[in-house]
Design a protein around this ligand. Structure first.
Ligand code: C5P
Length: 285
């Protein structure tokens, strides 16, 4: 069994005061994009998990996708053993939901194999992380609560993003804590004139932006440099440091990448997608 697990971007992220359970209430349009990790899950004699990035094994056994497999197996009461292989293209700790996308795709693959129904997968998803419920459905959705209230929207397609990950890794809890310490700031407003018409009703400000910059000041240098080079506003996804701007199509977004300074962790033209994961034919079929 193989699947692609798609990254997400936040088209705006409004944050409210920390709740007693430690999470912050959100309001954000989440959008799956064409950048994806590849997962393979197979029956095996023994459990094993391998995660590859750029030709190197980056971790062994405790990643979120593996925890998803274990949770599904536990609910199914199955003794089956699995081999999980992950080929990572989505940068970690970047605000692109890579770990959550992998976990959601692993839920789908393991759930399909062990005949665990969708309702149970939806129950497991929030126990793995706040972004996993969205990734289970994917596409375009209005996400609220701590991330667990997902209301699918009609797909909003027909534009492209130039997506750049500056050279910093930001831990989500640290960015939320900085947001509390800064006195709950609001993010910069993105003028509607710089936004594709089909997104003009979406509030694109990201309230975590000032917090991400407080943790990693270089993020603001990157944003300013890209905004200058591209002649349009640049905004941040999630808790950062991923930055993006809107372009008419993938060719235009790809052409804009020539202006990206050296040292970015990722610079890619991506397009919005109507799903969060895609099953793929097995390689030997
Ligand atoms: O749910 P997840 O494991 O992704 O959350 C990681 C951390 O991010 C939480 O422990 C919390 O500190 C912070 N967080 C938050 N509000 C949210 C989502 C995450 O404060 N809505």
């Amino acid at each position: 069994m193989q699947a692609d697990a798609l990254a997400k971007v936040n088209l705006g992220l409004l944050v409210g005061r920390r709740r007693p359970d430690g999470f912050h209430p959100l309001r954000s349009v989440f959008q799956s994009v064409s950048l994806a990790d590849r997962l393979e899950l197979e029956s095996a004699v023994e459990d094993s998990v391998e995660s590859w990035a750029g030709g190197e094994v980056i971790d062994g056994d405790r990643n979120l996708a593996w925890r998803a497999v274990e949770a599904v197996r536990g609910h199914a009461g199955s003794p089956e053993r699995f081999r999980l292989r992950l080929r990572k293209h989505i940068p970690a700790a970047a605000g692109l939901g890579g770990g959550s996308a992998d976990a959601a795709a692993a839920l789908r693959l393991a759930g399909g194999h062990l005949a665990v129904g969708h309702a149970l997968l939806e129950e497991i998803a929030p126990t793995l992380g706040s972004d996993v419920p969205f990734c289970l459905s994917g596409g375009t959705a209005l996400v609220q609560g701590r991330g667990d209230e997902v209301a699918p929207l009609d797909p909003i397609l027909g534009y492209a993003l130039a997506l750049v990950v500056p050279p910093a890794e930001l831990a989500t809890p640290q960015v939320f804590a900085a947001w509390d310490d800064l006195g709950e700031p609001t993010g910069p407003v993105i003028p509607a004139s710089a936004v594709p018409p089909q997104l003009r009703h979406v509030d694109l400000r990201n309230d975590l932006y000032p917090a991400a910059v407080a943790v990693a000041p270089a993020v603001d240098d990157w944003r300013q440099e890209l905004a200058g080079a591209w002649g349009r506003p640049v905004t941040m996804s999630g808790s950062g440091p991923s930055l993006y701007a809107f372009f008419v199509d993938e060719d235009e977004a790809a052409a804009a990448l020539a202006a990206v300074p050296r040292g970015a962790r990722l610079a890619e033209a991506v397009t919005p997608q109507p799903v969060g994961w895609r099953a793929l034919p097995d390689p030997d079929e």
